[in-house]
Design a protein around this ligand. Structure first.
Ligand code: ADP
Ligand code: MG
Length: 728
């Protein structure tokens, strides 16, 4: 076994970068090649069909059967020119990743032969069996069937030989069983709420877009080393492993030169992404060894999220071509940084104004401050819910574990915006918010720079930070579907904007001019948030935990407990009033979350238990036997004086017995705890019991890691951290 590990490590180290088949065209020439975008629509659809489809996409107009048939025919023609033989509805159930069920284009032609068919009905709707997907009890009490329905706002794309149609996934009784449905509802809600406010400033605004720019962090591991680690294979993270002597302490990985094997992988995924029309922009090494990041140019939230899901699939597949496995788990390795998926988020009008960036004049700045303050108010009111929206069994290892993010949702504004808000409280409501520098040296003016260029006071410890023209929600987990966080954030902001607009309307009805009505409404909000959700300090300290609790922010650290934020009266009112989730959906989704939490911890507990008994204890005992042979030889050679000579061996023999005994006891206790937890029927209580088990795994791993420190390197059966993390 030891020989095997040694060979695997040697082979992994010798691997060279795989060749990349770079297209001999400029990126712009093949960008979007595999997407049925407007350019393809124009080419493959007749004029009437094209116009009907565009109006369906842009204005939500329904498509009639005949038009759907024509759209399907055009898509089929385009797809077959790319060698496509199958089609699938592509959806995002409440599991990790996406789901697809492929149907071939083949049909009998009625004349004894076969023919390729694809009609409007197949494009618009499919009926996959919903009973194998998590539904939180919805399917148990109602019909087992569910259906998928085309989301025309997200373009159809080709993956290998299959035409993929992005869809929502709904139960027969109408409840959403996926991430996309509520996200689309929240995006509509935020637009509907924001437009009337924008119209105070520009009557031409008809729609407000929510934008998302995700930053996907991930680890790469050599696939042969991965295959030698049952814990990585079954849980996506290492459940044991002593820290490597060198890890990230020299800060030499972040933004360092990208290793050639990894660079080849990155080029390959970028090419695949560009073909799918995904505007990838940034790639770099992250803080931890073997950790990397990928980010696109931001885009409309629903599409951008689909693209993130597509990219995760592409990365999984292409990694294998390069002899890697991608780890999207939030904490694959103890003692070094975990992975997140920062969600850069903003709102913008269909007239091209970014609502979270400074304006071109005083009115533009007032509009900016209006949205800025209302976002903060929404984050404050629903800080518990936002945390719940990013909580999971895997993200729990980042939350509160002394790395981004702390398990408290606060907002970082930066020095400039903090000063602006404080200043606004002091000056009369009709004071214009000037562009800095335009009026010479300022005394008593409220000023905002045209662009925030000062990134130096970025606060990496903040889970929700203003970064110049957007907020960056940093607490989202690397394996998560961004829709969870984006649905909650957009809904919370929508609710706040509606309340705000109602107050402004009242003030204007009482005769106040618009700018004064707006500022008079903003002031009490600023007062209520500036010393509560706004926090500029270090989010990792214990003082902050105490302070946040005094401020009334949610400081809960147990994930099963956090989920309950979704069913408080405040949350139910938020989601039902906007039509984002029904009360039944909220309860059902929490059932799914608790169940998933329980299962993940259960799998980890089983894996670590079995590895302790089948890998670790046998290796430790084998080494102990070797030590005992050494002692026995000492005795043979030196007779009575052997004890002084064999002291080291005897010390290790004793230590191994202690650790192995302790480990055995820990495993037994964990198995008992699991047995007790499994008897609990209520999903919430069961998840709470499993939370205790999750906590107990730390002690168990400590015993194993101590054994790793002692046992003969040749006899250790698992690739070690230093081997997993430094091979490129
Ligand atoms: P950093 O690591 O400095 O945060 P990156 O360049 O890695 O920055 O990622 C920033 C992300 O934010 C990109 O996806 C970018 O497109 C996105 N972004 C920039 N401006 C906005 C905006 N107004 N709204 C949403 N996302 C934005
Ligand atoms: Mg960022």
């Amino acid at each position: 076994m030891s020989k095997l590990r040694f060979d695997v490590v040697q082979d992994a180290f010798k691997k060279k970068a795989a060749a990349v088949d770079t297209p001999d065209k400029k990126t712009s020439e093949y960008f979007g090649e595999l997407v049925f975008n407007r350019e393809k629509m124009r080419k493959y659809l007749d004029d009437t069909t094209f116009k009907a489809l565009v109006s369906c996409i842009d204005n939500g107009e329904p498509l009639d059967h005949k038009t759907a048939d024509s759209v399907a025919a055009g898509m089929k023609q385009w797809a077959m020119e790319h060698g496509v033989t199958h089609t699938t509805h592509w959806f995002q159930p409440l599991t990790e990743g996406t789901a697809e069920k492929h149907d071939s284009f083949m049909e009998y032609d009625g004349k004894g032969g076969m023919i390729e068919t694809f009609d409007g009905k197949a494009l618009v709707q499919q009926e996959p069996d919903a009973s194998s997907f998590p539904s939180g009890g919805i399917r148990a009490t109602f019909e087992a069937r569910g259906y998928t329905a085309w989301d025309p706002t997200s373009p159809v794309f080709i993956q290998d030989d299959t035409l993929c149609i992005p869809t929502v996934f709904i139960s027969y009784t109408g409840e959403a069983l996926d991430y996309k449905t509520p996200l689309k509802k929240a995006l509509k809600a935020v637009s509907d709420a924001a437009v009337p406010i924008c119209r105070l400033f520009d009557p031409k605004v008809r729609k407000v877009w929510s934008y998302l720019g995700w930053e996907q962090e991930y680890f790469l591991v050599d696939e042969d080393l991965y295959a030698a680690r049952p814990d990585l294979m079954l849980t996506g993270r290492t459940l044991m492993g002593h820290a490597s002597s060198k890890n990230q302490q020299l800060d030499d990985h972040y933004f360092g030169a990208i290793p050639s094997r990894v660079a080849a992988f990155m080029r390959d995924i970028e090419i695949a992404g560009y073909k799918l029309g995904i505007p990838l922009k940034t790639r770099h090494n992250e803080v931890a060894p073997n950790q990397f990041e990928l980010a696109p140019i931001y885009g409309e939230t629903n599409l951008s999220n689909d693209q993130n899901q597509q990219m995760m699939n592409v990365m999984n597949t292409i990694a294998r071509r390069h002899g890697f496995v991608v780890l999207f788990h939030e904490k694959p390795f103890n003692g070094i940084n975990g992975s997140g998926k920062h969600n850069n988020w903003s709102l913008g009008t269909d007239t091209g104004t970014l609502l979270l960036a400074p304006g071109k004049d005083a009115m533009g700045n007032l509009q900016f401050v209006t949205f800025f303050v209302n976002v903060l108010a929404a984050v404050q009111k629903h800080n518990d819910l936002l945390k719940a929206s990013i909580a999971s069994a895997t993200n729990a290892h980042r939350l509160g574990a002394n790395e981004a993010p702390p398990a408290i949702v606060s907002a970082f504004l930066g020095r400039t915006m903090t000063a602006v808000l404080r200043k606004l409280l002091e000056v009369p409501s009709d004071t214009p918010i000037e562009i800095a520098g335009k009026r010479g040296k300022s005394v008593g003016l409220v000023e905002i720079p045209e662009i925030f260029i000062d990134n130096t006071d970025r606060n990496r410890t903040s889970p929700f930070a203003f970064t110049g023209n957007r907020f960056e929600f940093r607490a989202v987990g690397s394996s998560a579907n961004c829709a969870g966080a984006m649905t909650t954030l957009n809904a919370a902001v929508a609710e706040q904007l509606i309340l705000f607009k109602a107050d402004v309307d009242k003030a204007m009805a009482a005769g106040k001019p618009m700018n004064i009505a707006v500022m008079d409404t903003l002031k009490p909000i600023i007062r209520s948030i500036i010393d509560v959700v706004c926090f500029e300090g270090n989010g990792y300290t214990d003082e902050w935990k105490a302070e946040a609790s005094r401020r009334g922010l949610d400081v809960e650290t147990s994930v099963p407990e956090m989920f309950r934020a979704f069913t408080t009266p405040k949350a139910i009112s938020l989601f039902t009033s906007l039509g984002v989730y029904t009360e039944k959906e909220l309860y059902a989704r929490n059932e799914v979350k608790w169940e998933t939490y329980t299962k993940k911890v259960q799998i980890e507990a089983r894996v670590i238990g079995r590895m302790a008994l089948n890998h670790i204890i046998p290796a430790a005992l084998a080494y102990q036997t070797k030590l005992l042979q050494n002692i026995s030889l000492m005795k043979e050679v030196y007779g009575d004086g052997y004890a002084a000579m064999a002291g080291v061996s005897m010390g290790f023999v004793k230590r191994i017995s202690e650790l192995v005994g302790q480990l055995r006891e820990q495993v037994d206790a964990m198995v008992d705890a699991r047995r007790a937890a499994n008897k609990i029927d209520d999903e919430y209580l069961k998840a709470k019991a499993y939370h205790e088990i999750a906590e107990s795994l730390f002690a168990l791993r400590r015993s194993i890691d101590k054994l790793e420190e002692i046992v003969d390197n040749d006899m250790w059966p698992l690739p070690k951290y230093r081997e997993l993390l430094f091979i490129n």
